[in-house]
Design a protein around this ligand. Structure first.
Ligand SMILES: *Cc1c(COP(=O)(O)O)cnc(C)c1O
Length: 360
């Protein structure tokens, strides 16, 4: 018997059940061609049609302007920590970074291998907020400004779009892409590992403005060159074909849900309900400043950390899994990406109230 749980994993994360079922139906014989997508040549007409449809759907969902390339790469968001400076420095010697948490820090430490990094705004240690827009010390000669719109581990998200003027803005959208509409034209580069809100791990989506590609630093591997990847239509080498296909199914699913405006409404409702339940209780606490609370990753602690193990065990019993917080933060974390249905969030809220009643 198939039995699905509500999976609150931060990543790899839950995928829409409808998508998994469609993939299952198409697994052995895709559209009558007698083979699985995994077994196809990436240059054959079947996979080319899958790839082109996925790109067209993503462009439509995100309203990607024509002067942007959409790349379907490998290496995860972590490879972009290197690819961004390698491609975007373009003769400059420094880049601006905003440091709001664990993923910003990793991006910064990688960029330091290639350029001077100016940390132009920072979340103070132990705080759960982002620096105020007017406090950012931006440099006009920076090659780009990099930030993390949603810090997956801390559960902090930017309530504003950093204004970088003529300096290209780069966003690590790994845990927030497709959660709501974004004005792509404000960005030089948007990138995201797929395993949170796009599809399975192994695929990385990069959206890059055309005028920013074509000038890499010496020694840049071909695989890390946006120009080469773009000219090869993300097929310089064998792309992650199955991940690309599944991402395409997710894009179609999103379109059927009213696109990103539709998802934004649902995500707003889901997160508001969960935060309201946490705030209404003295038993649970979320440390994040209210205007910076993530729609996607909701960390919370129990008043008595001794109860953490019981909470996790009882939750699992109730079909609610992967709620353990990141080891660097502790407590719990509920990741409620697009694929988490409202019923799943409600089930968590009901469980939390019941657990509090029994243990509070
Ligand atoms: C998960 C995550 C990463 C790392 O992604 P990989 O694909 O594992 O390299 C980077 N940035 C953010 C914001 C993330 O959530």
């Amino acid at each position: 018997m198939m039995s699905r749980v509500y999976n609150f994993s931060a990543g790899p994360a839950a995928l829409p059940e409808e998508v998994l079922k469609q993939a299952q139906e198409e697994m052995v014989d895709w559209h009558g061609c007698g083979m699985s997508v995994m077994e196809m040549s990436h240059r054959g007409k079947e996979f080319m049609s899958i790839a082109a449809q996925a790109e067209a759907d993503l462009r439509e969902l995100m309203a990607v302007p024509a002067n942007y390339k959409v790349l379907f790469l490998q290496g995860g968001a972590s490879s972009q920590f290197s690819m961004v400076p390698m491609n975007l420095l373009r003769g400059k010697s420094s880049a601006d970074y905003i440091n709001t948490g664990s993923w910003s820090k990793k991006a910064i430490s990688e960029a330091k291998k290639y350029c001077n990094v100016n940390v132009v705004g920072e979340t103070p240690a132990g705080q759960f907020t982002v620096p105020a827009a007017d406090s950012l010390q931006l440099n006009a000669d920076a090659a780009y400004l990099h930030y993390t719109p949603n810090e997956t581990i801390q559960g902090i998200e930017f309530p504003y779009l950093p204004e970088s003027g003529d300096v290209p803005l780069v966003g690590d959208f790994s845990s927030t892409i497709l959660s709501r509409p974004v004005d792509v034209s404000k960005y030089g580069v948007i990138y995201a590992g797929a395993q949170k809100n796009i599809g399975p791990a192994g695929l990385t989506v990069v959206i890059v403005r055309e005028d920013l590609i074509g000038e890499t630093i010496a020694g840049t591997p071909a695989m890390f060159d946006y120009q080469i990847q773009s000219e090869g239509e993300s097929m310089y080498n064998t792309p992650p074909t199955y991940g690309w296909y599944l991402a395409g199914l997710v894009f179609q699913w999103l379109k059927s849900k009213g696109g990103l405006a539709g998802m934004a409404e649902i995500n707003q409702r889901k997160s508001a309900a969960l935060y309201a339940a946490i705030d209404a209780s003295d038993f649970y606490n979320n440390p994040v400043e209210v205007n910076c609370r993530s729609w996607m990753n909701v960390p919370f602690t129990l008043a008595d950390a001794e109860l953490d193990a019981k909470f996790l065990a009882d939750a699992k019993e109730a079909g609610l899994v992967t709620l353990k917080g990141h080891r660097s933060v502790g407590g719990m974390r509920a990741s409620i990406y697009n694929a988490m249905p409202e019923a799943g969030v409600q089930a968590l809220i009901d469980f939390m109230a019941d657990f509090e009643k029994r243990n509070g």
